[in-house]
Design a protein around this ligand. Structure first.
Ligand SMILES: Cc1ncc(COP(=O)(O)O)c(C=O)c1O
Length: 372
């Protein structure tokens, strides 16, 4: 199968461990195993657990805990995966065929763009509009989601805008998917990473064809354990499990055990509040930084997620700017073109204060020369 380069991930994989300041991240600074041990992960007793294969669709204990987050779901409605990215991939592999139409919101995490096209689908996009607080362009939405559309992919809260769909927008999207018989895949990996917004409502339960993916990487702050999941109808989940057999078989045994601890309701809330505190501390620092550019750099402040999408006033392509910031400042940022929106840059908000300040200072040094 031929697949085009996933530009953002490839750039991050190439540079994130080599630069001085990685400001291309999108989660909060991660938890340690020690912090997870304080939440109840029993490392000592895990030392005696034989490292055999784990249950390939996730242990019953973990699936039970995940199912509790989705009213009406049972363990058969849940598949545990290696990250949210594998969850999205399994859904595409099991549902999308050559010639299908796949709709997706842009800007976005562009995984589905590449995966759906590699499967021979025609990907139709609809924009989130900065002029209207990132509300979808409804004309484009209606053109993208028709009875021919097999699957709609969106991220809510959205990467990279940090915006959350209103209840009315969610209802409109869910109703349209119901009418057109389209799978509505809502990637909710940022749910729980709200900064100023109330807790995001899940699409779960808003229609027969709703599928939710999520995982520990963003709102929980534990990307390194690589645990994600699918919540969906039993048949769809069974189809995804069949695909899983061919790819990675199943998740890592220690990660499954860690995830059982992380998703316990009291620990989940602890992780979410840690994330919220980090972001509420950092947001004003980034706001002050963006004001120093006056009208040369503008943004709609994110309401959720550890990312800020800034718009700059220059004709220079975002990739050229990101390259200059990397080469001259040894600092990595995401060019808008890698998340489906030119004229913008995505900057990480989830680090320690001194890291954030120095990362922003370096970005500003480069941008000021360019935007003045
Ligand atoms: C919306 C979205 N979904 C999925 C992923 C990948 O998540 P994971 O690390 O859980 O595979 C990302 C990573 O940035 C993301 O932004």
């Amino acid at each position: 199968m031929k697949i085009e380069t996933f530009q953002m991930e490839r750039m991050q994989s190439t540079w994130e461990n080599l630069v001085d300041y990685d400001m291309s991240e999108s989660g909060v600074r991660p938890l340690t195993l020690r912090e997870l041990a304080a939440m109840g992960f029993d490392l000592e007793s895990f030392l005696d657990v034989p490292l055999g294969y784990s249950q390939s669709n996730g242990t019953i204990e973990l699936r039970e805990r995940i199912a509790e987050m989705y009213p009406g779901a049972t363990t058969e409605h849940v598949e545990v995966t290696n990250g949210t990215s594998e969850a999205n991939y399994l859904i595409a592999l099991s549902q999308v065929r050559a010639g299908d139409v796949v709709a997706m919101q842009v800007p976005n995490y562009m995984q589905m763009w590449g995966v759906a096209r590699s499967l021979g689908a025609d990907v139709k996009t609809f924009r989130l509009c900065s002029e209207s607080a990132w509300e979808p362009d409804w004309d484009e939405f209606e053109r993208a989601v028709t009875p021919k559309t097999r699957l709609l992919y969106l991220s809510n809260p959205n990467n990279p805008t940090g915006s959350v769909l209103s209840e009315a927008a969610m209802r409109r999207i869910a109703d349209r998917c119901q009418e057109t018989g389209t799978w509505l895949l809502s990637d909710e990996v940022y749910l729980g990473a709200e900064i100023t917004a109330p807790r995001t409502t899940s699409f779960w339960g808003m229609g027969d064809r709703v599928i939710v993916t999520s995982g520990l990487s963003k709102a929980y702050g534990i990307p390194g354990v690589r645990i994600g999941w699918i919540a969906g109808g039993k048949e769809l989940v069974a189809d995804c499990w069949s695909q899983h057999d061919y790819i990675t078989i199943g998740p890592n045994k220690m990660s499954d055990r860690i995830a059982q601890v992380a998703v316990e309701p009291k620990n989940r809330e602890r992780c979410y509040s840690r994330t919220g505190e980090i972001l509420r501390h950092n947001l004003p620092i980034a706001q002050e930084w963006s004001r120093s550019f006056r009208d040369r750099l503008t943004w709609t402040a994110p309401t959720a997620g550890a990312i800020a999408l800034v718009k700059y006033e220059s004709d220079t392509p975002s990739l050229a700017i990101a390259e200059r910031v990397r080469l001259n400042q040894n600092t990595l940022i995401v060019p808008g073109t890698h998340v489906g929106i030119e004229g913008h840059l995505r900057i990480w908000l989830g680090g320690r204060e001194d890291y954030l300040r120095e990362g922003l200072r370096r970005i500003a040094t480069e941008l000021k020369g360019l935007l003045d």
